[in-house]
Design a protein around this ligand. Sequence first.
Ligand code: IPE
Ligand code: IPE
Ligand code: MG
Length: 259
Amino acid sequence: MVRSEGARQIGDAAGAAPEGAARPAPRHVAIIMDGNGRWAASRGLPRFEGHRRGVEAVRRAVRSAITLGIHYLTIYSFSSENWRRPPSEISELMGLLKLFVRSDLADLHANNVRVRVIGDRADLSGDIAGLLDEAEARTRANTGLTLVVAFNYGGRQEILRAVRRIAAAVAEGRLRPEEIDLPTITEALDTAGIPDPDLVIRTSGEHRLSNFLTWQTAYAEYVIEPGFWPDFDHAAFLAALDEYHRRDRRFGGLSAGAG
Ligand code: IPE
Ligand code: IPE
Ligand code: MG
């Protein structure tokens, strides 16, 4: 999970475009948007300012994904464990989500973006759950980029909900235990119908998954970006894709051309 030697840093991807452009983009890129608080602290600003600037980085990432021909972009916006933060920060994050949906939904829709939300909506306040429902409903028929917003999301909690759904089907006699296969589980997850991520980018240099897409990332490639999320820009996106294209994805088999 370490950047390979010679990997480009944020803002230093000028030479990456031709290489990146020559190859098909990964179908699904998932991003752990981390480091808003440290970005702010390093400038003597309140954490909120980092989150606010983080929303601008989300807008840039969506534009980049569209430009680069990526089909699915998943953004980790609020984890099941983020409730451990102080109430004031939680309410700031909830406020920013509301602001984002209210101010950007029309623009996303105009850009043919389809919004999907994953995570547990049962625990969310009615106004937030309503806005998330509205974002999905309004963009459902769009055919461009699918923007998957992971909000109140935890990979283990998602698997738990899926297990309960499958167990209920067994208990009601609609499914026999021996009929449960990998697609049964995949289709019981919040991400039903969404292909597994090819590439997971985590900003701020942390080498961990933090309960993100636990089931879906079994064969994802990881690129760790040392910069903080509010600084993530198109050049950083290109640099991550460049590194992705240097990887040899074997899926347990052999390299193409080997053997
Ligand atoms: C990512 O930035 C945003 C969320 C997790 C909601 P952080 O808030 O985690 O910033 P750091 O990691 O404390 O710098
Ligand atoms: C992961 O970041 C969650 C999101 C980006 C929403 P955290 O900052 O919450 O993760 P940890 O606590 O450093 O593992
Ligand atoms: Mg963090």
